[in-house]
Design a protein around this ligand. Structure first.
Ligand code: BG6
Length: 537
């Protein structure tokens, strides 16, 4: 029985039947899948990928080693991949299949979430192939085609392949054209082909449109899966559960009760070895354009008519389209750059001293912006979004901060220490939710102070959360597009960010902030001007 079903305490007889049905992949056409006991909407059952393979371009990169390879192993270890699953690496390295397998092995040993099991590894390794070559090397793509055909025959992958482009966007056109040219983009009858694309989806609206155009010349919209790994995080998906599976939050989730919303994604690390990627991109393009605007859309959207990709995108798009920028971008946006300082007992370099960074760079490593969602539910409620590298600690959270009670029968002295009520969704690292409200301090006087009530994933559930990439790779193999932003969302998000970036490009430089602090003082002033302050998570 799966961990999930055990936790649900399903009755043994029925669960055996249900599990049999669940273990038979939908693509197999088996009648067990049509088991009448199985409600196709029952998402508690383990969702297992049907016969398929994954081809990773850019397989020697950091993302592949730290996230993709371990995620594939973790999925296999959890029994969520088909027995013949195949993994093909493509890169400019003079490797044989065994060398590639060794790299995957080391990556799994170092980064996998679940324990290493030799039998799982042995099954996986039999389906590993490596194709050495450049993206414009026709011979390499011919070899890839042969590898896919051979795996179809030897491992039963049934022609079902996802192509994961873990490469800089400048290579997208070449790779998709090569896939097309060598007959890899077209699915044979009864099978599927999908393209998985990593961010950044462009640099601005114009380049995003161009990228989308190129990709859609080869792949249909429903074949393209754009990764925003924040959507794969359990806590992010829980925003929808919290809001729409309960009765008690929605009635107050609007301008009549909410004072403002703060969305924070803080990192304590610097840019590490990513100078080449990061410089010229900066914090706002790197994470506000995608992760933070997605978090905002999920927080602000109306209830979707169903939990499916089309309904979700409809509601998220309404939010993104309603986003209004402040007129005075100078007063309501802030960007910063981390400066050398002591952080956690270590003297760290400033951004401008990082290896590979132009000492005159004006790239932002911190960004804070104020947005409004101009609709009936949210009119007048500011959404403050901030992110930064080398901040005080790693934390991502959404804080919905409520207005003060309209009237209080207590003395003002009794409520001096009472703040504003808040619901805080803790995305990471301490996944859960906090509700903050006022409570009487024990004693003879009527003194009221803030207290918190906590829900922690770790305490309420026995199973640990899968990594975002596990969930998203599985969804790609299942063809489930719920957690993938669509073209129009990506473009709409650039529409929001472009004017801010243009303003910054022509107005001064980022403010410096000490590494280990909570960002530039200008960001505190930005909120103080509105009579508010940032949370110190
Ligand atoms: C990525 C950004 O999308 O998200 C990185 O490119 C950032 O700069 C990372 O460090 C953070 O992801 P997580 O899951 O660690 O919060």
């Amino acid at each position: 029985m799966s961990e999930q079903n055990m936790a649900q305490g399903a009755a043994p007889a029925e669960s055996t039947l249900v599990l049999e049905a669940a273990l038979t992949p939908p693509d197999s056409g088996s009648s067990a899948w049509d088991n009448p006991l199985r409600d196709p909407r029952d998402r508690r059952l383990p969702r297992i990928a049907g016969p398929s393979g994954l081809v990773i371009f850019g397989v020697t990169g950091d993302l592949s080693r730290k996230k993709l390879m371990p995620a594939v192993y973790d999925l296999a270890n959890r029994g969520l991949l088909p027995p013949g699953f195949s993994l093909v690496g493509f890169a400019r390295r003079d490797w044989a299949d065994q060398d590639f397998a060794q790299v995957v092995h080391d990556a799994v040993r170092e980064h996998a979430r679940t324990p290493f099991r030799e039998e799982v590894w042995q099954q996986l390794v039999e389906g590993m192939r490596f194709i050495p070559g450049d993206f414009d090397d026709d011979t390499a793509f011919k070899q890839l085609k042969s590898a896919v055909d051979e795996l179809d025959a030897s491992r039963g992958t049934s022609g079902n392949y996802a192509f994961y482009l873990s490469v800089p966007p400048k290579f997208f056109p070449k790779v998709v054209q090569q896939l097309k040219k060598h007959g890899l983009a077209d699915a044979p009858e009864g099978s599927w082909r999908r393209a998985v694309i990593e961010k950044p989806f462009g640099h601005d609206l114009a380049s995003a449109r161009e990228l989308n155009r190129i990709v859609h010349e080869v792949f249909e919209p429903d074949q393209v899966f754009r990764i925003d790994h924040y959507l794969g995080k359990e806590t992010v998906q829980n925003i929808l559960a919290l809001r729409f599976a309960n009765q008690m939050y929605e009635p107050i989730w609007n301008r009549s009760f909410v004072d403002h919303v703060q969305i924070t994604m803080a990192e304590d690390i610097g840019i590490g070895g990513r100078a080449g990627y990061y410089d010229g991109i900066g914090a706002a393009r790197d994470v506000i354009q995608n992760h933070l605007l997605q978090l905002m859309a999920l927080t602000a959207m109306e209830e979707p008519i169903a939990f499916d990709a089309g309904s979700l995108v409809t509601e998220k798009m309404k939010v993104l389209k309603s986003v209004k920028l402040p007129e005075d971008l100078g007063a309501h946006t802030v960007r910063g750059q981390y400066a050398a300082a002591w952080q956690g007992g270590e003297k760290v370099r400033g951004y401008l001293q990082e290896e590979g960074i132009d000492p005159a760079s004006t790239t932002d490593t911190y960004a804070a912006i104020k947005l409004e969602v101009d609709n009936r539910r949210w009119a007048g409620v500011p959404f403050y979004l901030r992110t930064g590298k080398r901040l005080g600690r790693r934390v991502t959270e959404i804080a919905v901060v409520f207005q003060r009670a309209p009237h209080s029968p207590f003395d003002t002295t009794a409520t001096e220490e009472l703040g504003q009520n808040a619901i805080v969704i803790r995305v990471q690292p301490d996944e859960g939710m906090t509700v903050r409200f006022g409570s009487k301090v024990p004693g003879t006087s009527m003194e009221i102070r803030d207290v918190t009530m906590d829900f922690a994933y770790g305490e309420s559930f026995t199973e640990s959360s899968p990594e975002a990439y596990e969930r998203l790779i599985l969804d790609v193999l299942l063809g489930d597009a719920n957690l993938f932003p669509r073209t129009e969302e990506v473009e709409e998000s650039w529409r929001i960010l472009d004017p801010i970036e243009e303003y910054w490009a022509t107005h001064g430089k980022p403010a410096q902030y000490a590494s280990g602090s909570w960002g530039p003082g200008e960001a505190d002033e930005m909120l103080a001007r509105d009579g508010r302050s940032w949370r110190r998570p």
